[in-house]
Design a protein. Structure first.
Length: 75
């Protein structure tokens, strides 16, 4: 949703940030369904998305797919 964002830190960077954080962390920014397992494997408690749902032709289906991916990754 933003065009002036900083360079993404990647999943290794996310893992380092999660490890350094004294509170639970979530991933945000460019996160899509295919990233759910990598995000959770990094130690993040969850993921926040906008375009992965709102930018899709069928937001309801995109939401269901994302929920399924998170459940799969947590199993």
């Amino acid at each position: 949703t933003k065009t002036d964002h900083k360079k993404p830190v990647g999943f290794d960077g996310l893992a380092a940030l999660v490890k350094a954080s004294p509170v639970p962390a979530v991933a945000i920014g460019g996160v899509k369904r295919i990233h759910a397992a990598d995000v959770l494997d990094s130690g993040a408690q969850g993921l926040a998305v906008v375009s992965a749902i709102c930018g899709q032709p069928d937001p309801a289906a995109a939401s269901r797919d994302l929920i399924a991916a998170v459940h799969e990754a947590r199993a």
